[in-house]
Design a protein around this ligand. Structure first.
Ligand code: LCS
Length: 404
């Protein structure tokens, strides 16, 4: 679905919904129903045979969910959207749809912990192997593609290291082999980055994050070609059944309306916090895409509208110091998830990426000193005051300093 409106701020509010068709209801009605009645037995037969348009049963489709799917398709400039009960349901549906036993998946040099867990499970059960590419040069990417490579799976920015992948470059190389590129666009949100516009094939989101934006929904979305997602809808989604509830779809439609306003504020706040973290004596390294010293800054300039709301940083010290820093925070919340109004802060090595084996953590750059900060919508001055007072309390031993 091509975007109807020139500006995303209008699209997030209006795409996929016309109040004239819904008794003038300004907001999308919540169709909280599990099934739909047929006027006649013959009508039921026609609907099941696909000869007549219409809803059958909410695992197969629901009008509130349809509006959400049309809206996300428009925001990502894809032909079709599909909603899921979690980000992982969306990720797993895409990977199962694109692979068969003995295939290979090539991944960006870092992935969300549960995506890593899913790939490990696919390897153990179906011998679908996976490995990583730095995706820094075309040559390196070419060298990692095998005859069994069935898809390329990319996070950018990568959770939690904030490395970026040049999507145009990856899409160009993949096209030479006819391999689809799936991009997890969770960290950027559709407001900051649109992978399909850069030549990629499928976009997935943990809608739990910026799209919902309020910490009250677990959901996932996928966007891609109509033929591909029509097929996923009647196979992986219908028969494995990881569907979204109509109420959660309704909450996402509400959250989406303020996506540009919220994400701009997240970015404004993150820029202020980033500058201050960079000069704090107890912080060793800061990873934020909109930093001209970030190794992937040129990629951020090319493919993202702004740097986003997530900052990762390494404190000087040990795991104990990292945990002490978190414990010293006053109102900022220690929690996984991200993209909420509340600032959330976590320790990836022992939380979101705890399932990743040490060797892979090391490859990805997830150290015991690494902290991930999802900058919220509070006043940045209050966020910084809390971070600063907690950072000041880390007792950095001389031993730890020498290791850092
Ligand atoms: N993709 C990315 C990049 C994610 O960060 C997450 C969740 C998912 C997919 C899965 O989405 P879910 O099923 O949770 O909706 N990331 C989390 C995180 O970093 N902290 O808590 C969850």
């Amino acid at each position: 679905m091509a975007r109807t409106y020139k500006h995303m701020a209008t699209s997030v509010i209006h795409e996929g919904y016309d109040s004239k068709n819904m008794l003038g209801s300004l907001t999308t009605p919540l169709f909280q129903t599990s099934t739909y009645t047929f006027n006649t037995a013959e009508q039921g037969e026609r609907r099941f045979a696909g000869e007549e348009e219409g809803y059958i049963y909410s695992r197969l489709g629901n009008p509130t969910v349809t509006v959400l799917e049309e809206r996300i398709a428009a925001l990502e400039n894809g032909e079709r959207g599909l909603a899921f009960g979690s980000g992982m349901a969306a990720v797993s549906a895409m990977l199962f749809a694109l692979t068969k036993a003995n295939d290979h998946i090539l991944c960006s040099p870092g992935l969300y912990g549960c995506t890593f867990g899913l790939l490990t499970m696919m390897k153990e059960k179906y011998n679908i192997s996976f490995d990583f590419s730095t995706m820094v040069t075309e040559d390196e990417l070419h060298s990692k593609i095998k005859s069994e490579t069935a898809c390329i799976y990319v996070e950018t920015p990568i959770n939690p290291t904030m490395k970026l992948i040049d999507l145009e470059m990856v899409a160009k190389v993949a096209k030479e082999y006819g391999i689809p590129v799936v991009v997890d666009n969770t960290f950027a949100s559709p407001y900051l980055q649109n992978p399909i516009d850069l030549g990629c094939d499928v976009v997935v989101h943990s809608a739990t994050k910026y799209i919902g934006g309020h910490g009250d929904v677990i959901a996932g979305l996928a966007v891609g070609k109509k033929e591909f997602l029509d097929n996923v809808a009647v196979t992986t989604l219908k028969d494995i059944g990881g569907i979204i509830s109509p109420f959660d779809a309704w909450l996402l439609l509400r959250g989406l309306k303020t996506l540009p306003v919220r994400v701009d504020r997240h970015c404004d706040n993150a820029e202020e916090i980033f500058k201050r973290l960079k000069t704090h004596p107890n912080v060793a390294t800061v990873y934020y895409p909109n930093d001209d010293a970030h190794p992937d800054y040129h990629i951020m300039k090319k493919q993202m509208r702004r740097g986003g709301g997530i900052i990762s940083f390494e404190i000087k010290g040990t795991k104990v110091d990292a945990q002490k820093f978190l414990n010293e925070l006053s109102f900022l919340k220690i929690a996984v998830s991200l993209g909420d109004a509340e600032t959330l802060i976590e320790h990836p090595a022992t939380m979101t990426h705890a399932v990743v084996p040490d060797e892979s953590k090391q490859y990805m750059g997830i150290t015991d000193q690494l902290i991930r900060l999802s900058v919220g919508l509070e006043a940045w001055q209050d966020i910084w005051a809390d971070l600063e007072q907690a950072l000041n309390k880390i007792n950095v031993s001389s031993d730890a300093y020498s290791k850092a």
